[in-house]
Design a protein around this ligand. Structure first.
Ligand code: GLN
Length: 537
């Protein structure tokens, strides 16, 4: 029987509930349990696919093509399980379903209300995920902070659901912040007490408190929290700021976090196998070298906008025992060739990630040109691959007016063009080419070598593609098409064989990298960087 773990947050937003939930998932997986997760986001967007990365950070894409909250990325990376459409639920998607049902007449004349119609729909999503994954544990994180008006239907649904499944089958973990007052030298518990009071006013009593803090929590304060919030003393868990997010599961394990969860859910304890994870953390803390990778993109002011790319770089670094430093380069600053050169002077490798729209494109082309001409290991992702193709067309294949029709509908040489199936699509929500598609790799290429496979599957999120009309010309000029869709129509990977590492892909490899199993394309980049550095020194 599936046990349910709800995670709420209080005091402030951005507490890292996702990392706490993902860490618990890891600790349960390490005990041999199966774990599924769901993220409930109270906003009205049907999914985050239409939101600006500046607002919401990265849009994480699942195998089955869901555009989801970036926390799903953390969950996949920590729990090493692929999630799905049903794993991300928003108010928008819940209301959409209920309103569709109302229009169809499904409610037989009833007045459609938040309780019971919206709450029933929310609960049905819980059941749907349970039926799909049949997990031992289902972890459900509720976005936002307790007290938010838009979160109320979700909180009410949890209250009802907890009562329905009964004691011992569902618990609520409440994450809070203990602010530190330097003047009195104290960690304060009052905001946590207040947020638990708010939770209680909705009929929910937390069973566990996870307290974010910058300092160790004295026993007196833990006991106070237990007393005022009606949780057992062992259920007040400290979650200190860590150097790496991958240390969090181990810090929580030391406090028997998962055992407390198991006890409350009436599940017999099991021994955890965390050896591999401990090795990983040891590697993270003892790097043998340092490499600097530039990410040249548009959303560089908010590193969350590229969170999976950042994590993938780190994973590849862990495998190679090096610390990976990231240099954020706003591609708009690279419009000037001299400035671009200056910005790239101290980097060992370059990534041009995905993106949308024309802003900063010419700067990205300058970055790619510089990497190509100076043999700086380069990885282009999605828009980054499209830019690499444009740059090669313009500067090597002699197609001076090459561009993407995304940026110039009347481009002289539209080397990147809208996919045929996209041409008649009008709306923006969920209409891109999304999710996992197969790709065939060409023998003798770098891509084939690093994957060690003839056929791979990778996740996509795009509307444009390399225009097949130009493939022959680009091939003649030296660009190698090392990955193609099974029908041979869509270019998935291009590379330049004479350079140490110049590989670009139409898909998003960053969604499949794991801390203990880096993605081959990121590993290829970091390997090339290290090789270059060792021959130079
Ligand atoms: N804007 C490009 C397209 O739609 C690239 C998308 C991306 O980088 N995710 O094809």
């Amino acid at each position: 029987m599936t046990k349910y773990i709800f995670i709420t947050g209080g005091v402030v937003s951005s507490l890292g509930k996702g990392i706490i939930g993902a860490s618990l998932g890891k600790l349960l997986r390490a005990r041999g349990f199966s774990v599924a997760i769901q993220k409930f986001d109270p906003y009205i967007n049907v999914d985050p696919g239409t939101m600006s990365p500046f607002q919401h950070g990265e849009v994480f894409v699942t195998d089955d093509g869901a555009e989801t909250d970036l926390d799903l990325g953390h969950y996949e990376r920590f729990i090493d399980t692929n999630f799905s459409q049903i794993s991300n639920v928003t108010s928008g998607s819940v209301y959409q379903t209920v309103i569709q049902k109302e229009r169809r007449g499904d409610y037989l004349g009833a007045t459609v209300q938040v309780i019971p119609h919206i709450t029933n729909e929310i609960k049905s999503r819980l059941v749907k995920a349970q039926k799909h994954f049949k997990p031992d544990f289902q972890i459900i994180e509720i976005g936002g902070t307790i007290g938010d008006i838009e979160g109320l239907p979700f909180i009410e649904s949890i209250r009802q659901f907890k009562t329905e499944v009964g004691i011992g089958n569902a618990i609520n973990i409440h994450c809070t912040l203990l602010p530190y007052l330097p003047t009195s030298g104290e960690l304060k518990t009052k905001p946590s007490q207040h947020s638990v009071n708010v939770l209680r006013s909705y009929g929910l009593q937390p069973e566990i408190l996870v307290c974010r803090t910058s300092k160790p929590i004295p026993k007196t304060e833990k006991d106070k929290l237990a007393l005022f919030c009606s949780v057992s003393k062992e259920a007040v868990i400290e979650c200190r700021d860590m150097k790496s997010i991958y240390e969090v599961p181990l810090a929580l394990e030391e406090q028997n976090f998962a055992d407390v969860v198991l006890k409350l859910l009436q599940v017999p304890e099991r021994k955890a196998d965390l050896d591999g994870w401990r090795e990983l953390v040891d590697k993270i803390n003892h790097p043998k070298g340092n490499v600097k990778i530039a990410i040249a993109g548009k959303y560089t002011k908010l590193s969350d906008a590229y969170i999976s790319v950042v994590e993938s770089i780190k994973h590849a670094g862990y495998a190679d025992n090096v610390k990976t430093e990231i240099k954020w380069i706003n591609s708009e600053e690279c419009l000037d060739g001299g400035k671009c050169k200056e910005l790239l002077a101290d980097v060992d490798g370059v990534i041009v990630p995905g993106g949308f729209g024309i802003r900063g494109i010419e700067g990205k082309l300058n970055v790619i040109k510089y990497a190509r001409e100076n043999n700086i290991p380069f990885l282009g992702i999605c828009l980054g691959m499209q830019c690499a193709v444009i740059e090669y067309a313009r500067n090597v294949a002699g197609l001076k007016g090459a561009n993407s029709t995304e940026f110039d509908e009347n481009a002289q040489y539209p080397v990147i063009d809208l996919m045929i199936e996209q041409k008649n699509i009008k709306g923006y929500g969920g209409t891109m080419r999304l999710g996992a598609y197969d790709c065939h790799l060409k023998k003798g290429t770098k891509a084939h070598e690093v994957y060690g496979a003839n056929k791979i599957s990778e996740r996509h999120r795009h509307r444009y593609e390399v225009n097949t009309d130009y493939i022959e010309q680009l091939k003649k000029a030296g660009l190698v098409f090392s990955g193609m869709s099974p029908d041979g129509m869509l270019s998935e990977i291009v590379e330049l064989p004479d350079l140490d590492w110049f590989v670009a892909c139409q898909f998003h490899p960053e969604f499949k990298s794991r801390p203990e199993r880096p993605h081959p394309l990121f590993k290829g980049l970091i390997d090339a960087v290290i090789k270059q550095k060792s021959t130079k020194s």
